[in-house]
Design a protein around this ligand. Structure first.
Ligand SMILES: NC(=O)c1ccc[n+]([C@@H]2O[C@H](COP(=O)([O-])OP(=O)(O)OC[C@H]3O[C@@H](n4cnc5c(N)ncnc54)[C@H](O)[C@@H]3O)[C@@H](O)[C@H]2O)c1
Length: 263
């Protein structure tokens, strides 16, 4: 049995992950952390009810991880929190599934260094859904044939999302840029903004939309739009728990959802 801990247990994704873990037979939740609600049962924030696991103060992360012999820590919190907590978990020899988006290049370097120095296993993915990872593959192929077309990425998310553009939109831009030998990115346009050879990236925030991503390849007289629509955040939770089980069976290193899904 794999022992999992969860950071951000009271959040939108955290509560879904608590529910999802109970449906997987080979992994169990043994600890949960947040910045408030200490001592409350983690199940209180879900539809499953009490689970006998109290929410711990994230300041006790190291002690609680060690006490509960945690194999893997799942983190869906905020970039500043992940940059501090992932290295603590790595030093405890705990594997990582990081779903937090909006990590800066500097934060990502700190996390990657801690993973390598402590020889743990980790996945850091902006999107744990199967469909989005297939979508990345499709846009990579399309970009190879459409490098000269105007390329725009439009993402739409709920009005509570903090970072913009989404980590998935940024990953889509990197996938396309790598496929065509490098592209500049422009975030939105305002005023006099003539189009060059860039990838345009646009973020829309509205209502309770789970997450839409469209890549538009437009030439003269035609266009292709490749779109992924998440109907429910459940798909991210399921992917993250599946990844948590998978990572514990791998050699130390940093893996991607392509590896998990054999894409
Ligand atoms: N990779 C994916 O598939 C995927 C999918 C959805 C959301 N996300 C990302 O996951 C993150 C969380 O999203 P959400 O919608 O659940 O947000 P949320 O705001 O609902 O939840 C975040 C939770 O983290 C807690 N938190 C903040 N700082 C913390 C700290 N230092 N230690 C412990 N807990 C802390 C908050 O109190 C809150 O309960 C965001 O970065 C979001 O973009 C990723």
């Amino acid at each position: 049995m794999i022992n999992a801990a969860l950071l951000g247990a009271c959040g939108r994704m955290g509560s879904l992950i608590v529910e999802t873990i109970t449906c997987f037979p080979d992994i169990q939740l043994v600890a949960a952390f947040d910045i408030s609600n200490f001592g409350k049962d983690v199940g209180e924030f879900t539809r499953v009810g009490n689970l006998g696991i109290k929410i711990s103060d994230v300041r006790d992360l190291e002690a609680v991880l060690k006490k509960n012999q945690v194999d893997v820590l799942i983190d869906f919190t905020a970039a500043m929190a992940t940059a501090v907590n992932a290295p603590i978990a790595a030093r405890c020899g705990v594997n990582l599934i990081i779903g937090t988006t909006g990590l800066t290049t500097e934060q990502r370097t700190v996390i990657d260094t801690a993973i390598k120095e402590n020889q743990i296993r980790a996945i850091i993915s902006p999107n744990y859904s199967i469909g989005v990872n297939v979508f990345f593959k499709i846009i990579r192929e399309a970009a190879k044939y459409l490098a000269d077309y105007d390329i725009e990425i439009i993402e739409t998310h709920h009005n509570q999302k903090k970072d913009a553009p989404s980590g998935t939109a940024l990953r889509a831009a990197d996938v396309i840029s790598d496929a065509v030998g490098g592209k500049e990115y422009i975030y939105g346009r305002e005023g006099i903004a003539p189009r060059g050879k860039e990838i345009g990236i646009h973020a829309v925030r509205a209502g309770d939309i789970t997450g839409d991503h469209t890549v538009l390849f437009a030439g003269n007289s035609e266009r292709i739009e490749i779109r992924h629509i998440a109907h429910s955040p459940q798909i991210f939770a399921k992917g993250a728990v599946h990844a948590a089980e998978w990572i514990c069976k791998q050699k130390p290193g940093i893996y991607s959802m392509d590896d998990v899904l054999c894409l």
